[in-house]
Design a protein around this ligand. Structure first.
Ligand SMILES: [Zn+2]
Ligand SMILES: [Zn+2]
Length: 137
């Protein structure tokens, strides 16, 4: 019996490849390995490097470094100047997907949205109670 070949498009380069655990074609996964080890080698001697200089020295695109940080292939705990990009304003952030100011802004947005919703609900409740009262007359 023939085993069905599991193929997919590589999310990194778009080429069709045989599916594997890393979900990347062979070229892309070995390229990523090379990039990661270049980053590790550079950081070993430059603990205080920031993302831009790390990218310039290793030739690894900033975007790739960000994705390494997000996927936790690159742990920035020991590198105080490494950052990833905020998903909202693409400003630098070290924690999570959003920078501190976007987190703050979003929390406030959600808060005012909830307040608005509550006010709206209150108003519609007033209207409907008025209607009920009105029709019962
Ligand atoms: Zn690929
Ligand atoms: Zn932001």
């Amino acid at each position: 019996m023939l085993k069905e070949l599991q193929v997919a498009h590589c999310p990194s380069c778009g080429k069709v490849y045989q599916k594997n655990l890393r979900n990347l074609c062979r070229e892309c996964s070995s390229r990523l390995d090379n990039q990661l080890s270049a980053i590790d080698r550079y950081l070993a001697g430059n603990r205080f490097a920031d993302t831009a200089s790390l990218s310039a020295r290793t030739g690894v695109p900033v975007k790739t470094i960000h994705s390494f940080i997000r996927s936790r292939k690159l742990c920035i705990q020991h590198y105080p100047n490494l950052t990833t990009a905020c998903e909202s304003c693409s400003g630098p952030t070290r924690e999570g997907k959003l920078c501190t100011s976007c987190t703050k802004r979003l929390t406030m947005d959600i808060h005012s949205m909830l307040e608005q919703e509550q006010a709206l609900r209150q108003r519609s409740r007033d209207t409907s109670s008025f209607q009920i009262r009105h029709s019962s007359y």
